[in-house]
Write a new protein. Structure first.
Length: 255
């Protein structure tokens, strides 16, 4: 039989944990893989629920956990806390993220924190703009809020860049956070990678002005997203770019 990410056959046993569930007391013929649903807005209650479920899975000898992620996003601070929870769990057992429908905004960071990431082919990930809820009064208040947004945006971008396993993907995830970047896919010496559109234009300019040799200019493969629009990728696109490990429409495909 085909083996999946947890080294089990398609007969793998899944146990779903929900908030308020009792500990798993019964004995299983194989160690279970625990399915934890991360759904809805990202907030402190969801963080507490995630931590509880992972602790219960560890107590009961789970073989690993799968986070079933479907969220429009939420609180950035809670996202950072949940990333730490996932990292701690990953030191003890295999952890996989499975994006169904969407992992937007803070959901992107939670997904990228998983050591293995899978997405349904038509699900989406990205679009992580920092949103202000109290702007519009003008004056110093708006300026202070704008500065806070820029600081938060920078912190989230650095977090995403630190989570991706391949350095060449950093411009791609950065453009999920900062809409003014834009991003292009380029190729050079048989290697495909990403640049911000500004970086690519600067290289073109330097070659045109004879400041760099033409061989230093990579071949433009395609524009992923123009400046002014946040990057959002489908599961198929994310897998094709190497941002996630692959796609899976159904749960048994992950097993």
């Amino acid at each position: 039989m085909k083996k999946g990410i947890f080294g089990l056959s398609l007969l793998c046993l899944f146990v779903a944990l929900f908030s308020g569930s009792t500990p798993l007391a019964m004995k299983f013929p194989v160690k279970p893989v625990v399915l934890i649903t991360v759904e809805g807005e990202i907030h402190n209650t969801l963080k507490t629920y995630l931590k509880h479920c992972i602790t219960e899975a560890q107590k009961n000898g789970a073989r690993g956990v799968i986070l079933k992620i479907n969220t429009p996003g939420g609180e950035a601070a809670t996202m950072l806390d949940m990333i730490e929870v996932i990292h701690d769990a990953g030191r003890e057992m295999p952890v996989a993220g499975w994006v169904v429908n969407k992992a937007l905004s803070a959901g992107t960071g939670i997904s990228l924190a998983c050591p293995a990431i899978y997405m349904q082919p038509r699900s989406v990930i990205g679009a992580s703009a920092v949103i202000a809820l109290a702007m519009g009064s003008g004056g110093d208040d708006d300026k202070n809020m704008e500065n806070m947004i820029l600081k938060s945006q920078s912190a989230i971008r650095e977090t995403y860049e630190g989570l991706v396993k391949k350095p060449e993907l950093k411009p791609l995830v950065a453009a999920m956070v900062e809409k003014d970047l834009g991003v292009v896919q380029v190729s050079k010496d048989g290697k495909t990678y990403f640049l911000s559109d500004k970086e690519y234009r600067d290289l073109e300019k330097q070659v045109a002005e004879d400041k760099k040799p033409e061989k230093d200019l990579p071949t433009l493969v395609k524009s992923i997203r123009e400046a002014g629009k946040l990057v959002t990728l489908t599961g198929d696109e994310a897998a094709g770019f190497g941002l996630v490990n692959g796609t899976a429409d159904t749960l048994p495909e992950l097993c």
